[in-house]
Ligand binder design. Structure first.
Ligand code: AR6
Length: 175
């Protein structure tokens, strides 16, 4: 990875609902009707209008992504993507997780989003091993940024310092 690409990627520790960016990504469930983890936090912070709009989306298949406004969030948009439930890694989980990043980045590019913030999709309730998930996220994002002008910047918003260390180490490896 060259320095220009590395400059477009940041690793943060914090609550993704507080980010003032063009889009944050939600690690949602297929119904898109809210849940626990980051999904619950985003729905709580965005307010009840988000749930109303999500009902009209009629769900989202695993690995795909759909976009809404951010409502009461500081983020302008929310990209809702559904990560795979990890069940050993032999059931297409890597491809599906890659799809989450790819389809989120595609939506961001198509809406000329400058800055997008990702949580560590699937690595909480869905049980994806953190290092493997990080490897997929970082590789996909680097490849994307090498080929696309938008989004200009990508934030990996980790909920705790241990997760951020995994991302920093993976980025330092360069790919
Ligand atoms: N900001 C940033 N990251 C967060 C936050 C937050 N406010 N809260 C949690 N995380 P998870 P999944 C991190 O479980 O594994 C929901 O019920 C968390 O530490 O939220 O994709 C949905 O409705 C972890 O690193 O999502 C689905 O049913 C990461 O976010 C299911 O959980 C993802 O953890 C999705 O499971």
């Amino acid at each position: 990875m060259n320095a220009m690409i590395r400059d477009r990627i940041r690793v943060l520790v914090g609550d993704i609902t507080t980010l003032e960016v063009d889009a944050i990504v939600n690690a949602a469930k297929p119904t898109l009707l809210g849940g626990g983890g980051v999904d619950g936090a985003i729905h709580k912070a965005a307010g009840p209008e988000l749930l109303e709009v999500c009902r009209k989306l009629k769900g989202c298949p695993t690995g795909q992504a759909k976009m809404t406004r951010g409502f009461r969030l500081k983020a302008t948009h929310i990209i809702h993507t559904v990560g795979p439930v990890y069940s050993g890694g032999e059931s297409g989980e890597p491809e599906l997780l890659r799809g989450c990043y790819q389809n989120s980045m595609t939506l961001a590019r198509d809406h000329q989003i400058k800055t997008i913030g990702f949580p560590c999709i699937s690595t909480g309730i869905y049980g994806y091993p953190k290092l493997d998930a990080c490897n997929i996220a970082v590789k996909m994002v680097i490849n994307w940024l090498e080929a696309n002008e938008f989004p200009e910047n990508v934030l990996f918003c980790c909920f705790n310092p241990a997760d951020a260390k995994i991302y920093e180490a993976e980025l330092a490896r360069g790919h």
